[in-house]
Every structure is written in C-alpha cells, then in structure tokens.
Design a protein. Structure first.
Ligand SMILES: Nc1ncnc2c1ncn2[C@@H]1O[C@H](COP(=O)(O)OP(=O)(O)OP(=O)(O)O)[C@@H](O)[C@H]1O
Length: 341
C-alpha cells in the first residue's frame, strides 16, 4: 500500500543543513496499523508529512496506493491526496464552522453535491460517535470530541490511508484510549491503512501491528510489535519497551533486592502465549539448589496478543545460579540478567 524508497529530507538552515530524514526504506501493507516511534527531533513528523507530500523529499520515492507521489503534477497530486486523510495533534479544525460544516469541508472542495454531502456527513458523525453534536462549534467540544471531528473530516472522501501525526498527544490517558479504540474500529470496519507517529509506547502497544523506531533521521529497528517488544535489539528500542514493562517501582524494587543480596542475580524473564503457562518456577526450585524470590510480574496486553514479564532474584552458589539461568534459556524464555545496582 505504501512504499518509501531511500527517502531523505534535508532542510537548509542558517546553521547549515539539517538531515531530518536520512535514508529511510519502509513498506506498509494494506490494512495495517503501522506506528513510528521516536524522541522529539528524530524526524517522525517530517517522515509522515512526506507520505502526502506536505513535505517533498529531497531524494527518494514515495508510492501510495500504486501512485508515485513524487512524480505527480500539482493537479494529479491534489487528486491523489484524496486517498490520504490526515489528523493532527492540535486537530486543525475551522473554529468558525460547526462540526457538521468542518466535516463537510473536504467534500465541498471535492465538488460533492449538497444532498450527498449531508448524507455523508451524517454517516461520519455516527461513525465517530458524535451524534447530537453536529451543530456545536469546536470551542464547545472536549479534546477527544475535537479529534473525533478531525477523524470524520479525514475520512470524508473515503481515503485508503489515514495518517496520524501525534493524534493523541494533547489528550488525557482515558481520552487517548477512546480515540485509539476508534482508530482500531475504523481500521477493522473500513480496512483502512493507518500510519501513526508517536513518542508514547502505550500507543504502539495498544493498537499497532508493526512498529518502526526512529533515531536521528533513520529507522533503527522495525518489525511486528510483539517481536520488537519481546526482543528489542537497539538501546533506543529497549528504552521505549521499558516505558511499559518496567515501571519506576520495579527499578526501585530491583535496586533494593540487589542491595539486600549483593551475591544474587536478578533476571528478567519474558514469555509469550503458552510459554507463560509452563510451570517454570516450580521446576527451577525443584531442580536446582537456588532460592527464587519474585520481585515483580506483569502481563502486558498488546494488539496482537499478550506477553508476560517476570523479575526474579536468584540466590545460591554462582555455578548453580548459572545452571539455573541456562535451564530457563533452554525453555525458550527470553532471559536478561540485570546487574545495575
Ligand atoms: N522546516 C524545517 N526547517 C528546518 N529544520 C527542520 C524543519 N522541520 C524539521 N526540522 C528539523 O528536522 C529534525 C527532525 O524534525 P521532526 O519535526 O521531523 O522530528 P520529530 O521526530 O517529529 O520531533 P517532534 O515530535 O519534536 O516534532 C529536527 O532537527 C528539526 O529541527
């Protein structure tokens, strides 16, 4: 559905060139929810804005729904853009227009007749859960409702792709979840491909199928969300995964454990699906002369399933602890020995 080939974006500034996106290749399949995560300045906004040519790449090709956008004339591009809706962090609504008229705006531009426009607007109001609010003005709506208007407007011309530029970053956690649920609903009902950028791992965890991690203009890691959560390779990815698997209390508890048992090992075990059901800890205690203390355990639900993390402290003779760790590894459970104190 979407393919980016060797795209680069260089901005010329008075302090010299800035390589905002520096050679990115990505393929996004039809119907997928694809998340791009990275810290501020990583190049996420520039990247997503190149998917509808709000920003033109300095080099490389962008193909969306079979059209090479970089090769289109202005007129052709305007038509191609109708296939690509976009929503924004600060909603970008027209404040002097009602909800209904905001949603109708792209239909007016596309030359859709009034009756058909009204019918479509009613459908969209229903789809995004704004029934009864059609005649309100944006200033009378909550943040979540404003984003619902943004979503309805973005879907007005039946796009194949929806781009979400930090669409939930201005919202509180509960409203964020309700907007994420709406995006999943739309993805499933309409088969829409969704590309989103975010700095919050929660967003990736909750709705994405695939994730790409960006750092300094490059994609440093990419794959199905479950794989990346289970086995993050890059330091940057590990930091993001920790946001979810390892809350601050865990870090504090581990520090305390290591201080109490300086000779011990703290290990983090990560299991997926049925692995989580095998009686691993019982086997460990029965087979090895080690003491096992559970520091913390957590099941994290992600869009494609769930996985569990368990932090345990292993105390005993060094060789025995090492044998116990080798045993866990043989059970296809990810094991990470934590040594920070
Ligand atoms: N129009 C511009 N002119 C000059 N530099 C720019 C421009 N737009 C972005 N940049 C620079 O490109 C780099 C990437 O910016 P970008 O906004 O794409 O990152 P981001 O990951 O989306 O971060 P944020 O969430 O803070 O927007 C930054 O160093 C930024 O200062």
């Amino acid at each position: 559905m979407i393919s980016l080939q060797s795209i680069r974006k260089r901005f010329e500034t008075k302090n010299g060139p800035v390589h905002a996106v520096d050679g990115v290749d990505l393929t996004i399949a039809e119907g997928e929810i694809f998340g791009v995560i990275g810290y501020s300045g990583a190049g996420k906004s520039t990247l997503i804005r190149m998917l509808n040519m709000l920003e033109r790449p300095t080099e490389g090709d962008v193909t969306v729904a079979g059209k090479k956008l970089s090769a289109l004339s202005t007129k052709e591009l305007r038509r191609a853009r109708q296939e690509i809706g976009m929503i924004f962090q600060h909603f970008n609504l027209l404040w002097s227009r009602t909800v209904r008229d905001n949603i109708a705006f792209p239909l007016e531009i596309a030359g859709v007749a009034k009756r058909e426009r009204e019918k479509r607007v009613n459908e969209l109001i229903e789809l995004v859960g704004l029934k009864g609010r059609g005649d309100s003005y944006p200033s009378q709506l909550s943040g979540g409702q404003k984003q619902r208007v943004g979503i309805a407007r973005a879907l007005a011309n039946n796009p194949k792709v929806l781009l979400c530029d930090e669409a939930t970053s201005a919202l509180d956690p509960k409203t964020t979840d309700s907007i994420l649920d709406l995006l999943v609903d739309i993805n499933e009902k309409l088969g829409l491909t969704i590309v989103l950028i975010t700095h919050e791992m929660h967003v990736i965890r909750k709705i994405c199928h695939q994730v790409a991690v960006m750092e300094a203009g490059k994609v440093v890691e990419q794959g199905p969300v479950l794989d990346v959560f289970r086995k993050p390779k890059e330091e940057m990815t590990k930091e993001f995964v920790k946001q979810i698997t390892e809350p601050e209390e865990t870090t504090d508890a581990i520090k305390q454990m290591l201080a109490d048992h300086p000779e011990g090992h703290i290990v983090q075990l990560t299991f997926v699906g049925e692995e989580a059901e095998s009686p691993l800890i019982t086997q460990l205690i029965r087979t090895f002369d080690v003491e096992v203390n559970i520091v913390q355990g957590k099941i994290t639900k992600i869009h494609e399933g769930s996985y569990g993390t368990l932090f345990v402290a292993l105390n005993g003779q060094k060789e025995e602890v090492e044998r116990a760790i080798a045993f866990i590894q043989s059970k296809k459970v990810e094991v990470e020995v934590i040594t920070y104190a």
